[in-house]
Design a protein around this ligand. Structure first.
Ligand code: 13P
Length: 301
């Protein structure tokens, strides 16, 4: 049954001239049928450079929106429209306008985990892989960083600029506490703990490595360790194991599961390709402004 639906997706993909992009946190079946699996940054670059007419984005809403901002002429599909990002929902365009009035000298950088309307209000966008680089590339001494306060904290540790954070956070990464880390450290004292910068500051401080999902992947590939504790969403264990069959991976906490990243199934990909919906389209006025912020990130990194 599974192989039949995978075959049917392959056929439809050709028929519709579609490419399937999937985030590292997607379920295994989705990662297996994707043309490309990666982090937010690599996925946005793929969306920008793809020659296909249709992009099926297996991720969450803001990722499909970013693909549409970068390729407005293409059909961008998010197979499950309710796959959102609670972190992105912590801020609206109006909030950015308001915080700007309080810090008129500051630039505003938004994490890619934000709506297109928020991106349209910002000077530059970033992902976890280039946040420090993007912030440092700006001439401003003060930078308002939205919406993730934990990533803002991580950036502030790696720049001389003054970072003014928004109050949002990723529920999934923020759930991991320092006590969780200590417990694992006690059980596996010699195993490196690798965490995403969306984790709490005290978790980031005590981890052995901090980076986005591609940075974690690269660290593992180069490392001579055989075992690793992974402090990011559990979906990441699959590509890590696939690309490093001789190494072993353990999740830092069983709380590291993002329900939104688990919403897309093979059946939904099949139906969305067949009917070319649900489509994600950013209104042109917002898309043009948001594109400036996204392009700033692509230029810098
Ligand atoms: P990466 O860009 O590191 O893949 O992270 C995406 C994300 O949404 C983390 O929660």
């Amino acid at each position: 049954m599974k192989s039949e639906i995978k075959e049917a997706i392959k056929k439809l993909k050709k028929e519709k001239d579609a490419v399937i992009l999937a985030h590292n946190y997607q379920i295994e079946d989705i990662q297996d049928i994707a043309d490309f699996v990666g982090d937010s940054y690599d996925l946005s670059k793929k969306a920008a450079s793809s020659q296909a007419d249709v992009i099926v984005f297996c991720g969450v809403y803001f990722m499909a929106e970013t693909a549409s901002i970068l390729s407005p002429q293409k059909i961008v599909i998010l197979p499950e429209k309710t796959a959102g990002c609670p972190l992105a929902d912590t801020i609206e365009a109006e909030d950015v306008r308001e915080i700007r009035t309080r810090h008129p000298e500051a630039a505003v950088v938004c994490y890619v985990n934000s709506s297109a309307a928020v991106k349209a209000e910002c000077d530059a966008c970033c992902t976890s892989s280039n946040a420090v680089k993007v912030v440092n590339s700006l001439p401003h001494k003060e930078v308002i960083f939205v919406p993730d306060k934990n990533l803002a904290n991580y950036v502030s540790l790696n720049t001389i600029k003054e970072i003014i954070p928004w109050k949002g956070c990723c529920n999934t990464h923020h759930r991991v506490t320092i006590e969780d880390l200590w417990k694992v450290r006690e059980l596996y004292p010699d195993t490196p703990i690798l965490v995403h910068p969306e984790c709490r500051p005290e978790v980031v401080e005590e981890a052995d490595f901090v980076g986005g999902t591609t940075a974690i992947m690269n660290f593992v590939k180069k490392s001579c360790h055989e075992k690793f504790i992974i402090g990011t969403e559990m979906g990441m264990l699959y590509p890590l194991q696939k690309q490093n069959p001789d190494k072993e991976f353990f999740l830092l906490s069983q709380k590291l599961i993002c329900p939104n990243m688990k919403k897309i199934s093979l059946e939904q990909v099949y139906h969305s390709l067949k009917n070319l919906e649900p489509q994600i389209k950013v209104p042109p006025g917002i898309a043009e402004k948001a594109l400036k912020a996204v392009n700033k990130m692509l230029e810098v990194s």
